[in-house]
Design a protein around this ligand. Sequence first.
Ligand code: GDP
Ligand code: K
Ligand code: MG
Length: 297
Amino acid sequence: MTETHAYHCGFVAIVGRPNVGKSTLMNHLIGQKISITSKKAQTTRHRVTGIHTDDNAQFVFVDTPGFQTYHKGALNETLNKSVKDSLANVDCVLFLLEAMRFTAADREVMALLPKRTPVILVVNKLDKAKDKAALDAFIQTVKAEFPFASSEVVSAKHGQRLAELLEQVRPYLPESMPLYPEDMVTDKSERFLAAEIVREKLFRYLGEELPYEMNVEVEQFEMDGALRRIYIAVLVDKENQKAIVIGRGGEKLKKISTEARPDMEKLFDGKVFLEVWVKVKSGWADDVRFLREFGLD
Ligand code: GDP
Ligand code: K
Ligand code: MG
């Protein structure tokens, strides 16, 4: 008797309160060497961020709209509904917790978990939990509060037990042809990823000094043969914030772009020329108004 192996493909949402390790998990699940080989293949009802493809299945990991804005405060009613709807439409949900920590914020996210879609409890930061018995007890406590389909303990940062996690998800992926090319790992554009890298460095080097209202904008992204020329503006509200981002003698901004460039080269698999500067938003807005008065835009 010959057996034919059907291909499977499905959507997997990664949810959890801020800092449980969702982004770290996503990065490790889709592989260390991220090289974008194709742009958006098709639009779906989901916000796709990471794709893992193997011989038998394609796992499409999605950000859930609503969770992005979660850090700004408690989820409001409308957001709750949109989160619930999007979670009901995936094939599997990964609910992330940090080992030995189960907070009010975790419970708020938990309250939005779907009842009909399988939810896997993923206890992350295994490396931080030294006491095995305490960890088991912790998992039992959490499991008592929601009918999880299964659970897995991982360390996203150290890439521990991620293969086991994929095996837990696999049975929930429906039979389907792959939706994306096999070498595609993300549907985010290079422009978007370039801005994210600069944002990450700003967070790292400004810390507490980080201006609350700050935007990172790619003003220009052009190919010059194989060289990518990327011009990025950091938009802040006030002059004094501009000084903070630039740093004494320009050291902060220099460090930010010096570190962002090699990250981009690795990600895009090619040489990058990068220029990052800081602009005060109000001045910029005034420029637009000025242009409008003269009918130039
Ligand atoms: P997100 O807000 O849920 O996307 O969380 P991040 O992925 O940004 O991670 C938040 C912090 O947790 C970062 O400092 C990560 O390095 C750290 N982190 C993520 N996974 C692990 C892990 O397995 N072990 C440890 N010790 N730290 C982790
Ligand atoms: K974070
Ligand atoms: Mg994140």
